[in-house]
Ligand binder design. Structure first.
Ligand SMILES: Nc1ncnc2c1ncn2[C@@H]1O[C@H](COP(=O)(O)OP(=O)(O)O)[C@@H](O)[C@H]1O
Ligand SMILES: Cc1ncsc1CCOP(=O)(O)O
Ligand SMILES: [Mg+2]
Length: 268
């Protein structure tokens, strides 16, 4: 794990091109900005090539796409591969909605993601393993999460981050478990979308080691949330405050240091 990538990210301030969703676009843009990268969003296929060329990494989020957008997403994915830009995929609700499943499986034959980040329901669906996904949430199942993450990585020949209480990051051979985080993340819609785009920001400054980028991005985000939650629960242990959490998470993404992350980091 190379937590110092956080400093490289802030020095380089890479452009991160996102196909986002209308629900969480502001969180994603501000999360990327706060951590020290530079977000740009677009829904226009005619500017896809310029966008991909200027970007250090590309994040495709499937939160709320429409039929006409699929062509743009396909074009962006192919361009990212062509120009060797790290491509991160967030397959929102792919385990819960058939249309998404058909669309995403189709697109995966047109381009190759370098990193897939999703919750258990999403990663199990892409691995074609049994799980009861629930809307945008992980849902429930009895499968082994390590095995599900590894199966997905092997099936799509990429790095997978299966997030949740524990984040499992794997290249299909080695599995790193990140134990940081807070249940408050689940009370803020957009936490998953933010971590996917922040992983993309780390990928932009670690293109030669995307496994490390995914681990570090996941750890920095989870540890930052944990630091915020610790501070909020110190103030009032009896009340969870998801609104305050979201605001303070943005502040802390901007201010968190390598030493802060190191002080709480728990992974193996
Ligand atoms: N119960 C939890 N405890 C600690 N961290 C969590 C918990 N649930 C989610 N997270 C963290 O929240 C972030 C978003 O993950 P997740 O909730 O799985 O994504 P999504 O919003 O796409 O379902 C990740 O950084 C993950 O580590
Ligand atoms: C509520 C909702 N509906 C479509 S996309 C979306 C946001 C999903 O965000 P996340 O996966 O980060 O919780
Ligand atoms: Mg999600």
């Amino acid at each position: 794990m190379k937590i110092e990538l956080l400093e490289e990210l802030r020095e380089q301030n890479p452009v991160i091109f996102n196909i986002s969703n209308f629900v969480t676009v502001q969180d994603v843009a501000n999360g990327i900005n706060a951590i020290g990268a530079s977000p740009i969003m677009s829904e226009e296929v005619l500017e896809a090539e310029e966008m991909v060329k200027m970007a250090g990494a590309v994040c495709l989020n499937f939160g709320a796409f429409t039929q006409p957008q699929i062509n743009q997403i396909r074009t962006v994915g192919k361009l990212a591969n062509e120009f060797h830009k790290p491509l991160i995929l967030d397959p929102v609700a792919v385990g819960a909605v058939k249309f998404r499943q058909e669309t995403i499986f189709g697109l995966l034959s047109d381009f190759h993601p370098d990193i897939i980040r999703g919750n258990a329901g999403e990663i199990a669906a892409l691995a074609e393993l049994e799980w009861n996904a629930k809307g945008i949430d992980a849902g429930d199942g009895t499968g082994d999460l390590t095995e599900i993450a590894v199966a997905c990585a092997r099936k799509w020949h990429c790095i997978v981050m299966l997030s949740g209480t524990i984040d499992y990051v794997t290249d299909g051979q080695t599995v790193v478990r990140i134990e940081n985080g807070t249940p408050l993340f689940q009370l803020h819609v957009g936490s998953g979308d933010m971590v996917s785009s922040i992983v993309a920001a780390f990928a932009a400054v670690s293109a030669d080691n995307l496994f490390e980028a995914a681990q570090t991005g996941g750890l920095v985000f989870a540890a930052t949330g944990e630091l915020v939650a610790n501070h909020l629960l110190d103030e009032d242990a009896d009340h969870l405050r998801p609104g305050t959490f979201a605001v303070e998470l943005m502040d802390m993404l901007h201010n968190v240091t390598v030493a802060d992350v190191e002080a709480v980091a728990e992974f193996d």
